[in-house]
Structure formats: C-alpha cells, structure tokens
Write a protein that binds this ligand. Structure first.
Ligand code: PHE
Length: 334
C-alpha cells in the first residue's frame, strides 16, 4: 500500500527517469516480480488481500508509466513540428552576386540575344593555344605585350594571358558558322596597382562565316555598347594585334544625356573598352578553317575594367579582397 502511494505521487519529465521508474516496479527483477514470487509464502487467509494489493500496484505502475511517456512524447512532438513558437525569428541572410559576375552575365545575355553561345576553356594553357595558333610564333616580339606567367618551360605551359585561347580551341572543334563568346579569368605578370592586377577577367567574341565584313563587326559593337551603356557612340582607332588584320581599339562615349541601366558619370568623354579586328587568315588556317571560303571578326574586352567604369569603383583590387562591406553594395544590382 505504501508503494501504491509512492507510485501515484511519482512524476518525471525525462525519458530516462521514466525508464528507471519502470524498471524499479515492472522490470524483470523489479519489485512486482518480487511480490508475486512472495505470494506462495503468504498465509492462506491473507492471500486474497495480498493478491489484490499487488495487482492494484501493478495497474497503478503501468498506468503511471503510460501517462508519463505520453506527456514526454507529446512535448517532443510539438517541439519538432512547430518549434518554440515564442522564439524570435532568425533573419535570412541573402548573399549577393559578385560585381564581376553581374557584368559578365549581362555581357553574355546581350550577345546571346544575337545568337552567340558561351564557350570555356582551361586557365592553364599550352603555347599553341595561347600564342602560336594565334599568329604569334616563337620569338615573335609581340609576345612581350603579354607578360606571361610560365608554369613550365620547353614545352611551354602557362597561365593563359587572354581567352583568345578558348577561341582557338573552339575553331579546332567546330565548323563555321561560329558565333561564340568566351568569358573567363586571365593572368598577366604585371605590377599590382589600383588600375591593374596580375589576374583579371575577359570576354572575347568570335564570329566566323562566309562573307563576314568589318561593317558586321562595327554594327555588332554598336549593338553591344547600346545595350550595355544605353544610347552611346563608339569610335574605332587603328591598332595592332597579331591575330587580327586590320585591328582596332574601341572607344565608347559615356557623356550622352540618356537613361541607362547604370548611373554613369556624365561627361567623362571617350573611354577605351576593347580590342577587335578581322581574324587573320593565318589564324583561321591554323585552326583548320579554309580562309578562302570563310572570314570572321573577333573582339575582346576586360570585364573588370567595365565593372570599374559602370559602378565607379576606384580600385581594381577591391574585386578580389572579399570585403563584405564592398560586396554587399551590389545586392540590388541583379
Ligand atoms: N586578345 C586580346 C587581348 O587580350 C583582345 C583581342 C581579342 C583583340 C580579339 C582583338 C581581337 O588583349
């Protein structure tokens, strides 16, 4: 009877306490087991009362265990499904795209609208794809224009200095008509400053088909700059690249009074944004394309430089410092 009292008063909130309680009374070496085996030694006239009492104790213990278990489980359940409804919410931290990616994606989008696909290639290149196929044979002085990081010498393995290497690979593996742009990271052994870095990003474009002319190139560039900067003018200045002939440098005039996607400083005048030209027939032939049948144009621009101009960023090194205070400013850009 004392035990029944004890059982009825018992309370526990952890599974462990309940289990210990169950073992104490109902376990295979528990109190009830003991009482039941005691039963045969009880004098006959007390058997009835004794039996009723231990049966009552057994029922009480079983009911207690079931009730406590249910309590604990229902608590756990509500925690699992709803959590603690009184806790303050945790703010969702949204990341932001890197400004280089924002500008790169925008360039890709503009060219994809006129049928250019995207091609990519390795950052570690061989001499053929970065130089020789592009009409820059060994000992050609123009190789000095590209301050190259060499990984190995003879045969040369290097960090690509431009994504023109991707265009070579593309021409080797695809037949004209070709319309492709090649975005990617490139490397040059230059002193690091606010205006130049030893790595940066390019998008180069290539169009090869029958009868492609310089007029097609100029119109394509005009289309691009209008889409990229709003109403704008371009100017081509004669230049030199070993892989194009004729070659030109493209300037864009930023000072126009227009609505643009970006807030640009007005009146900044002509700014150089890319190099371009008609693909040299030697390059086409090096890549297995018949230059008597096909012609093409190519262009290349620095993504970093355009991102600096568009967002008025004062220092190119900010792109690779991973300072959250800088990166967070582009949250609303795209
Ligand atoms: N590959 C040149 C560079 O890296 C850019 C360019 C591409 C120029 C295509 C002309 C034609 O500077």
């Amino acid at each position: 009877k004392k035990h029944i009292d004890e059982v009825e008063k018992f309370s526990a909130t952890t599974k462990e306490d309940i289990e210990n309680f169950r073992i104490k009374y109902l376990g295979s070496k528990g109190l009830l087991k003991e009482f039941f085996s005691e039963f045969k030694n009880v004098p006959n006239d007390q058997k009835k009362e004794f039996g009723q009492t231990i049966n009552a104790l057994k029922t009480a213990a079983e009911e207690k265990v079931a009730a406590l278990k249910e309590g604990v489980e229902s608590k756990e359940e509500s925690k699992g499904v709803y959590g603690d409804l009184s806790r303050p919410g945790e703010p969702l931290e949204l990341g932001s795209r890197h400004p280089i990616s924002i500008v790169k994606n925008r360039i890709i989008e503009i060219f994809s609208r006129i049928g250019f696909n995207v091609s990519e290639g390795p950052e570690i290149e061989d001499d053929w794809h970065n130089f020789t196929a592009l009409n820059l044979p060994e000992y050609h002085p123009a190789r000095d224009m590209q301050d190259t990081f060499f990984v190995e010498k003879d045969p040369d393995v290097l960090l690509r200095t431009h994504t023109s290497s991707v265009q070579v690979r593309y021409m080797e593996n695809n037949k004209p008509p070709i319309r492709t742009i090649s975005p990617g990271r490139v490397y040059r052994n230059e002193a690091i400053s606010a205006r130049s870095h030893c790595f940066f990003h390019q998008v180069e474009g290539l169009y090869v088909d029958k009868g492609v002319s310089f007029a097609d190139l100029k119109q394509t560039l005009q289309y691009f700059t209008t889409e990229m900067f709003g109403k704008s003018e371009i100017r081509l200045r004669p230049s030199y690249f070993p892989f194009t002939e004729p070659s030109a440098e493209v300037d864009v005039y930023w000072g126009l009074e227009t609505e643009t996607d970006y807030k640009m400083t007005k009146g900044t005048g002509w700014l150089e944004i890319m190099g371009c030209g008609m693909v040299d027939p030697n390059v086409l032939e090096n890549c297995g394309i018949d230059a008597t049948e096909y012609s093409g144009f190519a262009f290349g621009m620095g993504i970093d430089r355009i991102a600096l101009l568009l967002h008025q960023i004062p220092d190119i090194r900010m792109f690779s410092e991973n300072d959250i205070r800088f990166l967070e400013q582009f949250k609303s850009a795209y």
